[in-house]
Design a protein around this ligand. Structure first.
Ligand code: SF4
Ligand code: SF4
Length: 315
């Protein structure tokens, strides 16, 4: 395919991960590019490694072969943030001292020490994305930007999406919408499908569970629906038991989106705990440790309300 358009080539962003053959991040088979940095602090977050904007150290103690057999990392740390635990002879990280400089990572032969996130150019990302081009054509898929919050790096995201489109790749983003409008609209003008979260309706409860009020988020969504009438929007709610698994929330989201014909669907994402292990890699604690999963009957009932609102109810 063609070379990157002038201007986009040198733009860099902080990328967490590039995932291939995704089937839940928009239509068809997609390549999902996860970016670093998020403005929310959702208690149920399954990507804690995406929250901080910069690359950060992670540690999997199971992979450490111990100080006696190795110990190579201990000589590298300028902050004395690595130490040995006598009981098992393995290394640990003092997270209060670690500055995420990454100097210990190349020394570790087992990848017990590793980093989440790296700086990449638009061209580097697209070279990896285009490896899947044949699958996009067959399945109606494309590129999805996710996070973290992909609109928090507006210059990089806009350049990447614009260039993908220029090469004939369908573009989608997953966003929570909590950024300045300028960031939001800079990215949205290059997007075919916007999957956006309505986590909680009440501003106070939104602040309690996601760390910020939803006032700016709702204002951004309203403006986006009318500013980009040709763009398809898909509203989504990650359903968290006891937090937002109630009819009232579902009905208020429907009341918010139904006046806009370009909001083409509303999807429920059942709560899962796949990200729990990553909290340990980062020296953090998962707040929802004892939360149950959402009963299937609850999901069926809430889905029924959505189907009815979208005229999909079977006779
Ligand atoms: S990332 Fe830097 S500060 Fe943190 S443990 Fe490794 S060498 Fe030390
Ligand atoms: S370099 Fe890696 S494997 Fe070796 S002691 Fe350090 S953490 Fe363990």
């Amino acid at each position: 395919m063609s070379a990157t358009a002038a201007g986009a080539a040198g733009v860099t962003g902080r990328v967490l991960n590039i995932q291939h053959f995704c089937t839940n991040d928009g239509p068809g088979i997609r390549t999902t590019v996860f970016l670093k940095g998020c403005t929310l602090r959702c208690a149920w977050c399954c990507n804690p490694e995406s929250i901080r904007p910069k690359p950060e150290l992670a540690f999997d103690v199971r992979k450490c072969i111990g100080e006696k057999e190795c110990g190579l990392c201990l000589k590298e740390c300028p902050e004395d943030a690595l130490y040995v635990v006598e009981a098992d002879g393995k290394v640990r990280v003092n997270w209060d001292l670690c500055t995420d400089c990454g100097k210990c990572v190349p020394a570790c032969p087992t990848e017990a020490l590793f980093q989440f996130g790296r700086e990449m150019t638009v061209e580097e990302v697209l070279a990896e994305v285009e490896q899947d081009a044949a699958f996009y054509q067959e399945s109606g898929g494309g590129l999805t930007l996710s996070g973290g919050e992909c609109t928090l790096q507006p210059e990089f995201s806009a350049a990447l999406l614009a260039e993908a489109r220029r090469r004939g790749i369908n573009t989608a983003i997953e966003t929570a919408g909590n950024v300045p409008w300028d960031y939001f609209q800079q990215v949205l003008q290059h997007v075919d499908i916007v999957m956006h979260d309505h986590k909680l309706t009440d501003p106070g409860r939104h602040k309690r569970w996601a760390g910020v009020s939803n006032a700016r988020i709702l204002e951004n969504f309203r403006r986006a629906y009318t500013t980009f009438p040709q763009t398809r929007f898909v509203a989504r709610t990650p359903v968290i038991p006891g937090v937002n698994d109630d009819e009232e929330h579902i009905r208020s989201v429907l009341a918010f989106i139904r006046p806009y014909p370009n909001v083409v669907d509303y999807q429920l994402l059942p709560y899962h705990r796949y990200g729990e292990g990553k909290y340990g890699f980062l020296g953090r604690v998962y707040a929802l440790k004892d939360f149950p999963s959402v009963p299937a009957e609850t999901l069926r009932r809430l889905q029924g309300i959505i189907d009815e609102a979208f005229g999909r109810t079977k006779p």
